[in-house]
Design a protein around this ligand. Structure first.
Ligand code: ADP
Length: 294
């Protein structure tokens, strides 16, 4: 199984003519509530890719419908607890040109404790994987306890913050970053310099750098495996990384070789970028198979 310690957010999406200005009250022309959060998106991608995924997280009891939505996608939500703290949510303004401005409240995502982590990892087997991002509390505990239990640890430090550098990074088996996160983590600008730092300082760990429409690169045992992105007409790249991670990790944790797993991740995320939205843009396994057969 893959145990994903991750955020569950409610995205409140408002269409506006322009971003609200200081002191202004602005009427929105359209409103939508969507399930979001990098954690939830990755769990959905894992489940759609066929993985056995247990989500560990927290939402307010009034928002049980969002937990049901995850369950409906095939995610085991026994580790999702009800909190008295409001659910994590994002207030998203979208302008006609597609630009967005976002206010994020971590809320219940920040109520995960060392005890939650301990309980969630109770009864796991060494063949299990643990996955986490940077949108929930007690990430240091997730990394440490998973390593102690000799589980495989995958970490996606998104959104990137300075605090990531003080985490017990030696506990990680697989690091997955986009170019921005890679640059912040290594404090380098060019891809060559970034790769050099990973090769030198992260040699114990496998590293995947996703490169948007340039595809993906994986550093593994002194090898550098590169896979091109598929050529598609992108309309919305939201959740591209989350889709890649879910599809890659589902295959890789099931002993598919690295190159093939990378190709599946790229295919799934290429489909996702041709569709609007986050969770709703993540393809099914059938769609990915059909896309790869073309
Ligand atoms: P993130 O969404 O985390 O910023 P990336 O932008 O690197 O991550 O995208 C993740 C993966 O999605 C890429 O490795 C690539 O396979 C795929 N992808 C992203 N943008 C495109 C695109 N325009 N065309 C095809 N594939 C894309």
């Amino acid at each position: 199984a893959i145990i994903n310690f991750g955020s569950i957010n409610i995205d409140h999406v408002y269409q506006v003519d322009h971003f609200v200005q200081p002191g202004e009250t602005l009427a929105s022309t359209h409103y939508q509530q969507l399930l979001g959060g990098k954690g939830a998106n990755q769990s959905i991608a894992l489940a759609q890719a066929g993985a056995d995924v247990c989500h560990v997280g927290s939402i307010h009891e009034n928002d049980a419908a969002f937990k049901q939505a995850l369950i409906k996608k095939g995610v085991d939500c026994r580790g999702v607890k009800c909190s008295e703290t409001p659910s994590g949510h994002a207030i998203i303004q979208v302008t006609p040109s597609g630009e967005n401005a976002i206010v994020l409240f971590g809320g219940a995502n920040q109520t995960i404790t060392a005890k939650t982590v301990m309980q969630a990892l109770d009864g796991t087997k060494p063949s299990d994987w643990v996955l986490t991002q940077n949108e929930t509390s007690s990430i240091d505990q997730v990394l440490r306890q998973a390593k102690e239990k000799q589980l495989k640890v995958a970490f996606n430090p998104a959104p990137m913050s300075e605090s990531v550098k003080s985490l017990p990074l030696e506990c990680i088996d697989l690091l997955i970053v986009n170019e921005t996160e890679a640059a912040a983590l290594t404090e380098k600008d060019s891809l060559d310099d970034i790769v050099a730092v990973f090769k030198e300082q992260w040699s114990e760990c496998e590293v995947i750098i996703t490169l948007g429409k340039a595809g993906v690169m994986m550093l593994k045992n002194n090898d550098c495996i590169k896979v091109d992105a598929f050529l598609v007409d992108a309309v919305d790249t939201t959740a591209a990384g989350d889709t890649f991670i879910g599809y890659f990790l589902s295959a890789y944790s099931n002993h598919t070789d690295a190159k093939r797993a990378l190709i599946r991740g790229c295919a799934a995320s290429a489909i996702a970028v041709t569709r609007e939205g986050a969770a709703q843009s993540i393809p099914t396994q059938k769609e990915v198979d059909r896309f790869l057969a073309k």
